[in-house]
Design a protein. Structure first.
Length: 415
């Protein structure tokens, strides 16, 4: 089973009790022991407890076993499910070792919890290897490019690159974006920008994110364990300063459109794809209020803001179709289809499959179906490098008409 959740984006969600949930029948003895040992702590102690158990499992049995353990615990503990992406980052960070080729560690990760393991490996790699100059930035994900390459893995590498650059530069977002600019392919740059904006929000809303500990380890010059190894030779940018550059405010409570309001147009597509996560953090999860704020977005970017809102709704409703329809219904009709787009794109992003997204498109209003199916097609581009694979994936739409709409979004040549 692949977890359908974008937990790291569900910022501001209140933590809940675990009642009514249980470990799956096939859970390992290690997962059961971890759950029993950690379940009754307050959240911060619980997070530290689970992280320690997961890293112990990683050290003993490898990345795959740690991820399986995490998924089993998340079945029983909704708090772990909500922040599953944070835990997968921790696993990726700890899995990295200077003595193992980057590609070997990277290949051990999976798409569990929005592929956070991949992103953690990239983060640790940059803090270990030093200044990410243009050549190193371009070369990192080059092995995953090519006509026959797995575009999904390429995306995870590029997205992780954005996370890693943001961390390396002490969460100075503009410097990370400038690093992404070294990539020559527009799709690659956008994928990198997305990781940078995501890390910007995560660092502001989840200060106990394990990436923060990684930076601290680098600043202290290392210590025991793999975290210290990842920090070996890294620069101390953990105070938000970098080579004399002014500190960067990740979010601002008095400006719901910051940082998009201060950045150049070339970054606004990726910026507005994350913007409502900041809004919902400051307004305590008020979807209707965020929708009203999106109407005040910079001219031409309102739709992208509602797309971001749909992505956040996907996370907050745990991909429940009824809840997703209700929450997107709080958007004005002229922008509601953008909310649907963000939601179904997130469905595909989470699972690298299209079934849930097609199921949701079947339920939206007739006037929104075209845009919904086109959005699924646009995400299919990241699943298949070849046109035939994209065409076949689009056949899951509810009719031939909408399959063609999906194919248009997937850039499949018309036969």
């Amino acid at each position: 089973m692949i977890r359908r959740l974008a937990p790291v984006l569900a910022v501001g969600v209140a933590f809940a009790a675990c009642g009514g949930r249980s470990l799956p029948p096939g859970a390992s003895a290690e997962a059961r022991a971890a759950y029993e040992a950690c379940r009754d702590f307050d959240w911060e102690e619980k997070q530290a407890c689970y992280e320690a158990r997961l890293i112990e499992e990683l050290d003993q049995d490898g990345v795959g076993a740690a991820l399986e353990m995490l998924e089993a615990i998340a079945d029983a503990d909704v708090n772990v499910e909500v922040l599953g992406h944070v835990f997968t980052h921790a696993i990726g960070i700890e899995a990295y070792s200077p003595d193992t080729p980057f590609a070997d560690v990277f290949s051990e990760c999976t798409v569990l919890f929005q592929s956070g393991c991949y992103h953690g490996v990239v983060q640790a790699h940059f803090l270990d290897t030093g200044t990410p100059d243009a050549d190193r930035i371009v070369e990192l994900c080059a092995p995953y490019e090519g006509d026959d390459a797995d575009r999904w893995i390429l995306f995870q590498c590029l997205h992780g690159l954005g996370h890693g650059l943001t961390m390396y530069h002490g969460h100075n977002l503009p410097m990370a974006l400038e690093g992404c600019d070294f990539l020559t392919n527009p799709w690659n740059r956008e994928s990198c920008y997305g990781g940078a904006f995501m890390e910007n929000v995560v660092n502001a809303t989840h200060p106990h994110h394990p990436a923060a500990a990684l930076v601290s380890g680098a600043a202290e010059g290392g210590g025991e364990g793999q975290e210290a190894e990842a920090g070996h030779g890294a620069h101390d940018h953990s105070d938000g300063m970098s080579d004399g550059v002014e500190p960067w405010d990740a979010l601002r409570a008095d400006d719901p459109h910051y940082p998009c309001s201060v950045l150049d147009d070339q970054y606004l597509n990726a910026c507005y794809m994350m913007q409502t996560s900041g809004m919902l953090w400051h307004n305590e999860g008020d979807i209707a209020d965020a929708a009203a704020s999106c109407l005040q977005a910079r001219e031409g970017w309102q739709g992208h803001c509602f797309l971001s809102l749909g992505r956040d709704i996907s996370a907050r409703t745990l991909q429940d179709e009824d809840d997703g329809l209700r929450e997107c219904g709080k958007s004005p009709e002229e922008f509601r289809e953008w909310c649907y787009v963000g939601l179904v794109k997130n469905f595909v992003d989470l699972t690298a499959t299209t079934g849930a997204a097609f199921g949701f498109c079947r339920r939206v209003e007739p006037w929104a179906k075209d845009r919904c199916y086109q959005a699924v097609g646009e995400q299919i581009i990241a699943l298949h490098a070849d046109a035939e694979g994209r065409r076949e994936e689009c056949s899951g739409a509810e009719s031939e008409e909408f399959a063609r709409v999906c194919q248009r979004g997937a850039q499949v040549p018309i036969e």
